[in-house]
Design a binder for this molecule. Sequence first.
Ligand code: F6R
Length: 617
Amino acid sequence: MNPPLYAEALPFPLETSRWERIPLVIYREPRTAARQVAAEIAGLIRAREGEGRFAVLGLATGSTPIFIYQELVRLHREEGLSFANVITFNLDEYYPMSPEQAQSYHHFMRQHLFDHVDLDPKRAHLPDGSRPRTEAARVCAAYEELIQRAGGIDLQLLGIGRTGHIGFNEPGSSRRSGTRFIHLDRVTRQDAMKDFQDEQAVPRTAITMGVRTILAARRIVLMAFGEHKAAIVQRTVEGEISPEVPATFLQDHENCLMVIDEAAAAELTRQRTPWVVGPLEEMGLAWNDAMVRRAVTWLACETSKAVLKLTDEDYNSHSLQDLLAEGGNAYELNLRVFRQLQNTITGWPGGKPNAREQPRTLRASSAAVFPKTIVVFSPHPGDGVRAIGGTLTRLAQQGHAVHLVYQVSGSNQVRDEVVERYIDVLEHMRMNPTANCDPARVRAAIRRGEARVAARVCGILPERLHFLNLPFYDAATEGHRRWSDEDVDLTARLLAEIQPHQIYAAGDLADPHGTHRQCHEILTAALAQGAREPWFTQCEAWLYRGLWMAWPIHEVDMAVPLSPVEVECKRRAVAQHESQKDIAGSPSEDWAYAAGRQFDALGLSDYEAVETFHRWT
Ligand code: F6R
């Protein structure tokens, strides 16, 4: 007998329908979630096969469904799943776009599914983005007609954009919209930049199935993985139905399931504020230190009060009666959390030499070692200084041997104009024959050069810079290639050579196929290899969040405050990465600045900026 579908989802015993308007299942890992969705699709295909009928699938592209397609290909190869009775319709295609182009969804589908299974190419349909604009309306109407003729869609797979789009139905799309030509939102185009060399190359328009077309499917499975989807998942599931967030129309569908991972679920009421849903023990949770910290900092935020000013009434009126009963009174609880937060703050992240009192963030065994050998991992060359440039500078100034490891070349994030400028200079100076001015190599060289100068601004010695150039990263298909043992071995060898006392690494849980998450997985695997080495047992590891956000305050285990002078120095280091497509606004500095304001609001200290870390155990 087949195992029941969606069986491995994380259990949740309480009723959530008061908040959640779409049924959903949450998985720890995107891969497990994807296996379950693939099992449902396989079940449908086999059932239809048994009835001598076609299974009609609606398919999506993007990074979300990649694991599903991998699993379907595995089922085909290893378990004889045949696609001979399958008809597929993809949601969308860029316009203008020829099916042969590497960024086309036609190409994506061939690469990830069609070329690996026995689906008849004549039964695989995608909107045609290569026809003249004047024919677009006809192309769209014909697509709708084809779907009708196939008997409608049995199961529609969906991802979700940060704008809340499904397919390419951007904010403002009508519930009654059919397949049509559409202008892409700015955020969507920014997200698509990872697949194109340059912003200018991202198409401004597309052809997409409409909201009505999608809702007509008999079954819909929407997936979302990664913390960058958490906000839009919450809005889709818990918010009012509105054309401003087209995915909310799914609330009206009678057979829709959302399949998400823990990172994408983080903003749902049941995850973010479980005490609002019911007693913690009924959810298998407890009022431990971490939970108390989470609740109290949340309460301070909700009431716009400093932690030490929260009252019994504040706790009572915000569903925190149980906590109040357990903690005695507001005064005790406030003080407990205030002290914990205070103890995370240190200006000596590597420890203080010859001091009687060491920062409470350090383990006793680690505090005694001075100077320390420290490795800071930077996924792309700019990430390290952008995320924790202030801490880097401090560690170097405080006498530690700081190594900066750049995990991938970052070559495909260099703006085209910058590459042209460099090639022009190189050719002009005749330093290199034209043959050596290969744009791909120039891109990588530009990033290396920028990284070197930025590291110097932070006081890191040039001999301590390491460019790993992990092979999984491929300029043409960033984010769509999985890492392998080769990447892990390269990383493990470097760690064995340096034997660090402290490691700082990026720990963001965005897109599972994205570069940061893959770099994180590679480092995790490399550390597992080093687990039996003597250096490893002494080593302390800290995670910075990434470029786009700080750790939520209750997850901060170490906070390094920056003075205005240090912020200025960091700004100078960040500015060296001028070839970057998205340097404008310097988000890393913003979040460190925002973290400073948050510490201030909680009634701690008023710092210019704060870089925050989570202990990696
Ligand atoms: C793709 C599509 C889009 C994506 C969405 C999420 O065919 O229609 O709606 O599903 O943009 O993209 P990823 O999965 O790359 O985050």
